[in-house]
Design a binder for this molecule. Structure first.
Ligand code: GLY
Length: 390
């Protein structure tokens, strides 16, 4: 596999990982006075986050950063703030605040499942189990998938999206702790349907895929956040990288190894020379379009997850690739001090409008909260034998 990413970048070294993780944890701690009893918004403005309530699909990534930093430092204020936030997630699911969508895993895995795994939090466990019920309730038998958005069964929203693969560990965890198999069965069916339809012949992926609500028949692939229906949205492809790694972790189906390699090799082959992806792989070297650093952080985590299950040569290949992506993020995107930003990773893109998608510009060339989280997760994976929250 001779892809451009190999040509021009040394992998991140253990010393760089250690220093970068120390810096990132110090930055998280520096945010605590402002963001202990509130959340960071989904993305920064001018590289600075403002405070937000526990709304939308993203606040779990801030709580997740607190847990990652607490694992690294054991600083009590991090644990106290995370525990306060777990209570907020408990109230959110009990009061049904903005939970009619599929992103229960993004919300509850790095916050409440993490709290349960790390500290035995019964509140975290109870909240995450309710969130798993909420997610499982979006399963559509006709088609065999979890409906991402909108009113259940509505024809204009009868679709899955590739991002949902990251929501499925919540279901597998719920089966483990409850002893009830139906959560895992739903996750298994969703993976099967999603990977059968989002993966194109050239190994790029659709962002979303529609089904016929009357028959469950597959209809068409459509983008929401990519450049156009037929393009490869960089973060969508990255969700595919990490999503198939997690699919393999929980199912051990050999076919998912090949799917992982196809999606990941496409991602790596399309990177520009400096290894920080443009927001859609329509764009490459020389483009003036913005980057999405978060796609790289997500993909690095996925490669490090999958490397644990691969044979020696392939494990080494994807570990090396992940380390090169992290070296590029460190060089071009990592925040170094609190004057620069109150986030961790610059040059992300939440949403970019194009004449062919349904987005408005949002968080363009800014930090985003999941980019910060996955950057710290990747550094943690590279420095310890980390037990995932996912
Ligand atoms: N999961 C939504 C996004 O990646 O923007």
């Amino acid at each position: 596999m001779d892809t451009p990413y190999r040509a021009n970048m040394a992998p991140i070294t253990p010393a760089q990982v250690s220093a970068a993780k120390q810096t990132a944890c110090a930055l998280v701690q520096a945010s605590l006075p402002e963001f202990a009893h509130t959340f960071k918004y989904s993305h920064s403005e001018g590289n600075f986050y403002s405070a937000s309530e526990n709304l939308d699909w993203t606040p779990g990534f801030w709580t997740g950063q607190l847990w990652l930093a607490w694992e690294a430092t054991h600083a009590q204020p991090l644990r106290d703030a995370a525990a306060w936030q777990v209570h907020s997630f408990w109230e959110r699911i009990c009061n049904h605040v903005e939970v009619d969508h599929h992103d229960m895993g993004f919300l509850y895995s790095p916050s409440c499942v993490a709290a349960y795994k790390l500290t035995g939090s019964e509140e975290g466990k109870a909240a995450a189990l309710l969130a798993a019920d909420q997610l499982a309730g979006r399963f559509q038998k006709k088609g065999g998938f979890l409906q991402a958005w909108g009113k259940l069964g509505a024809p204009d929203n009868y679709r899955l999206i590739i991002d949902c693969l990251l929501n499925l560990p919540l279901l597998y965890w719920a089966s483990e702790v409850s002893g009830k198999p139906h959560y895992a069965e739903i996750a298994n069916q969703h993976i099967h349907t999603a990977l059968n339809h989002v993966l194109r012949a050239d190994d790029s992926t659709y962002h979303t895929y529609f089904f016929d609500p009357a028959t469950g028949a597959p209809l068409r692939g459509v983008t929401a956040q990519g450049y156009c229906d037929g393009s490869a949205w960089a973060r969508g492809q990255a969700w595919g990288v990490y999503g198939t790694a997690l699919a393999y972790r929980y199912t051990r189906r050999p076919a998912y190894i090949e799917t992982f390699c196809r999606i990941t090799d496409f991602f790596l082959a399309k990177l520009p020379q400096d290894l920080v992806p443009y927001w859609d792989f329509t764009f490459g070297d020389g483009s003036t379009e913005p980057r999405d650093s978060s796609a790289s952080a997500v993909a690095a985590c996925g490669m490090l997850e999958m490397a644990q299950y691969l044979d020696g040569a392939r494990a080494a290949y994807y570990t090396d690739a992940a380390k090169k992506l992290m070296a590029a993020l460190l060089q071009h995107c990592a925040v170094q001090n609190t004057q620069q930003s109150n986030g961790l990773l610059l040059h992300g893109t939440y949403a970019r409008d194009s004449q062919f998608n349904t987005c408005q510009n949002r968080g363009v060339d800014e930090c985003n909260i999941w980019g910060d989280y996955y950057y710290l997760e990747a550094l943690t994976r590279l420095s310890t034998g980390w037990h995932p929250y996912w």
